[in-house]
Design a protein around this ligand. Structure first.
Ligand SMILES: [Fe+2]
Length: 292
């Protein structure tokens, strides 16, 4: 039987040390709208109500990843796929689903303890998104919020959960690092975005390595770099172009220590013609810093 996939990464919940630092960073550097609530900050950068929910837990790491399913039939199919892997899936109370602006919400955990939510719902806001610093727009829609790179303890368990359970498909892989100490990063997609998740089999205290936000224009990447420098944000990796998704991007540190990749021009995958390849360097040029 054909594996059914989630259709996008819809939202993330991140535990942070300082909501105040994140408010400044999200508005003035990322160019997102920040909505205050008593319990959290909500970060918005497209037509959806919010994409990032920030809670002050001190973890400085991702706590919840919300994956959209196209409809209730797909949600049920993904649930069955997870059940076949002995993953416990519970149905959230209607009030919890409503808090995510979802019509249906299921919850489970990935093999490494990350809370994973599966939902149906468009989550569209009434008001249009307006960047406080004039960013022209982010590439989202049917490609979801962007991509994220997760450190995973066990590749086989990760592949089973994300590929057999959630239906992700292999985009390609990259061998990185010096000879004898190379690691393989695996890139997975569930919609036209080249990768929505990359899995890094490296020991790490934190689950999240980075989140990528994709800008519609190349100039908006440069303007973001200018804003980051003006705000004293550490640039973790210089401008460069990735070997696999051809993303033109730089990496900057967030107030939580992990990075945000701010990019433009990533290629899209058509599953009818795509053939996964292996790359032996992360970038065609640039990205000097942590990556190279
Ligand atoms: Fe990335």
């Amino acid at each position: 039987m054909k594996t059914v996939s989630v259709c996008g990464l819809g939202y993330l919940e991140i535990g942070v040390s300082s909501l105040a630092a994140w408010r400044d960073y999200a508005e003035k550097v990322l160019g997102a709208e920040v909505l205050d609530a008593t319990d959290a900050l909500y970060v918005r950068y497209d037509a959806q109500v919010w994409r990032l929910r920030l809670v002050e837990t001190g973890e400085d790491d991702i706590c919840v990843a919300g994956f959209e399913c196209a409809n209730i039939e797909d949600l049920a199919a993904v649930r069955r796929q997870l059940k076949a892997l002995d993953v416990a899936v519970t149905e959230a109370a209607p009030a919890d689903a409503a808090a995510r602006q979802a019509t249906h919400l299921l919850r489970c955990q990935d093999p490494f303890g990350l809370s994973v939510e599966l939902y149906v719902g468009e989550r569209l806001a009434v008001e249009p998104y307006v960047s406080p610093v004039g960013v022209g727009g982010f590439v989202t829609g049917d490609q979801g919020l962007g991509h994220m790179v997760l450190a995973v303890g066990n590749e086989a368990q990760a592949y089973a959960f994300y590929m057999e359970g959630l239906g992700f498909r292999l985009s390609d892989d990259i061998y990185m690092g010096p000879p004898g100490r190379q690691i393989r990063l695996t890139f997975l997609h569930c919609n036209p975005r080249h990768h929505t998740i990359a899995l890094a089999p490296v020991p790490s205290r934190k689950r999240l390595n980075h989140i990528m936000l994709q800008l519609r224009s190349m100039d908006d990447v440069g303007l973001g770099l200018d804003r980051a420098r003006a705000a004293g944000v550490e640039i973790s990796s210089s401008l460069g172009r990735h070997s696999n998704d051809h993303m033109f991007s730089f990496y900057m540190q967030t107030p939580s220590g992990f990075d945000i990749e701010y990019g433009h021009g990533g290629i899209e995958i058509d599953d009818t013609t795509w053939t996964p390849q292996t790359h032996h360097a992360p970038s065609l040029w640039g990205h000097k810093g942590r990556l190279n």
